[in-house]
Design a protein around this ligand. Structure first.
Ligand SMILES: *[C@@H]1O[C@H](CO)[C@@H](O)[C@H](O)[C@H]1NC(C)=O
Ligand SMILES: [Ca+2]
Length: 261
């Protein structure tokens, strides 16, 4: 791989990670879906609340989508789409979808927090796009066993993907992760693309490792009955992707003697 491209990609993604992670001290995209029913949230590469209405439309169009309608945003919200950032949607309306009332956003309400149709289209917000063909990834998983893979697998994953898998198995069990295939754009500190494991139900605590390259990471067993995986790809250079399997194992089985099938 060409070093120049890698360096560029690395500084790109640093900004992007900040943008998608903590916003005003609120970790806006943990646990709840970042993308649902074809609806997804985007912000400017410059950070939060930087897009005029015209720019917002361009962001969605660039990825082959369009501004989400109120109905699309609400349909996504009903299956768990929760983002604590106001964005443009169809016809110059601004708002954001809230699934669970919280102190830090939504004024304690649940629903589409609606700022209405904005008269001044030069105001700067984030954006909600709709693209039913966008590859969905992530979600809340409660099956005792499941195979997961990067979006598009076994084809290469696309640029600009962000997926969260929140795994929750029966209380008293642990989650055992086994990697079956692994190929993620390689760079020294995995700044460009990566898979992260969290030994918790969100990506705020319990960080347990960040992986890229093409070596299979070792199996991982959670401490409790939950685990979170986060996959992120930046805006250039993709790779083959990954496939892994998780299995719920009884807590009293030691790591090596797990024989659940
Ligand atoms: C519209 O919003 C922009 C950005 O907030 C602001 O700079 C501008 O003065 C506003 N225009 C009017 C007419 O209020
Ligand atoms: Ca990449």
């Amino acid at each position: 791989m060409r070093p120049l491209i890698l360096a560029l990609a690395a500084c790109f993604v640093l900004k992007e990670v900040q943008g998608w992670g903590y916003k005003n001290g609120v970790f806006h995209n943990s646990i709840w879906l970042e993308q649902a029913a074809g609806v997804y949230h985007r912000e400017s590469r410059k950070g939060r609340y930087q897009l005029t209405f015209k720019e917002a439309k361009a962001v969605c169009k660039y990825e082959g989508g369009a501004l989400a309608t109120y109905e699309q945003l609400e349909a996504a919200r009903q299956i768990g789409f929760h983002v604590c950032s106001a964005g443009w949607f169809d016809k110059g309306r601004v708002g954001y979808p809230i699934v669970k009332a919280g102190a830090n956003c939504g004024f304690g309400k649940v629903g589409i927090i609606d700022y209405g149709y904005r008269l001044n289209k030069s105001e700067r917000w984030d954006v909600y796009c709709y693209n039913p063909n966008a590859k969905e990834c992530g979600g809340v998983l409660t099956d005792p066993q499941k195979v997961l893979s990067s979006p598009g697998y076994p084809n290469d994953y696309a640029d600009e993907q962000i997926c969260y898998w929140h795994i929750r198995v029966r209380y008293g069990q642990k989650v055992r992760l086994q990697f079956l295939d692994f190929d993620i754009e390689d760079d020294t500190d995995c700044l460009s693309d990566y898979l992260e494991i969290y030994d918790s139900y969100d990506d705020v605590s319990g960080f347990a490792g960040r992986f890229c390259g093409d070596e299979l990471p070792e199996d991982f067993i959670s401490t409790g009955n939950v685990m979170t995986l986060k996959f992120l790809s930046d805006s250039s250079v993709t790779a083959g992707g990954f496939q892994l399997e998780y299995i719920a194992v009884d807590s009293d089985l030691s790591d090596e003697t797990n024989t659940l099938t």
